[in-house]
Design a protein around this ligand. Sequence first.
Ligand code: SF4
Length: 346
Amino acid sequence: MKNKANSVEGGLGVQHSDLRHDWSPAEVLALFGAPFNDLLFRAQELHRRHFEANRVQLSTLLSIKTGACPEDCAYCPQSARYHTGVKAEPLMDLGTVTAAARAAKEQGATRFCMGAAWRAPKDRDIEKVADMVREVRALGLETCLTLGMLKPEQAQRLSDAGLDYYNHNLDTSASYYKEIITTREYGDRLDTLENVRAAGIKVCCGGIVGMGESREDRAELLRTLANLPQHPESVPINNLVQVEGTPLKGLPQLDPLEFVRTIAVARVLMPGAYVRLSAGRSEMSDELQALCFLAGANSIFYGEKLLTTGNPQHARDKALFERLGLRAEAGVEAQSACDSEARAQA
Ligand code: SF4
């Protein structure tokens, strides 16, 4: 089923007045601070204006190259700097990836996301991954990649191979970023997003909450995304999965209702984007997930593992969808998924 909006920035049915790129910090904080019911009502209203109310898009995520990453993302079990027990694995071969994509399609996924734990891919990696994109597309699945930072010509090579979406999360606010990652700059992330857009690839970009950031940081992350020249087609919101051995292990958990508020604010700021309930879903009760759907989440990762952390089993998801009267989005033309930060989470 197609997004009513058809495209985030101006397809069928989009109320252009909903699509703003000039949010002020005070406006976004006011949304976060609104009475919970008022915020959810507004988010749900916007959600129904842009999407079919009870449709959820399913994406499956495969780690095509795991671990041994030189970056120091404090949430990530795949960083070579932390002892997390993640077993490093080289880039998968084409046949293995294609078989996993076929299985994902049989399970109902419409989009297949492939994540590699690189700071940035080498040109020779790009050629191999471009072959994967071609093969997965030939199965009738949409494709998404998350490979780290991309140069303009690399983005173009992937676009030429038919890549639909590229995931590259901002993680958190610009000011909190240095508390989480020191091996790259916030501006590097924005540059890659620009390169992806310029190559004509759709953007999947969100962040992670529960990393010890303040509400102001959460607001600033969402404001940065909403004030990009074009909203991302997909906005994954990850709830930190604390992994033993990473520096963020032991932090206090984020209030679950604050997580729901974050989803709702994302929906209000980017009403035509798919808001994805990403990492951390395994730890959520069915009731909390239901609140997230009410707040405007309309996409999930669907599969046994989210890169390296667990993800709810198919059976549990199927039962939850039945209890809530939700249906999986069946078509293409939606948007994509992949989280380098879900990979972080993953
Ligand atoms: S989030 Fe990505 S870049 Fe950061 S350490 Fe993990 S795999 Fe590497």
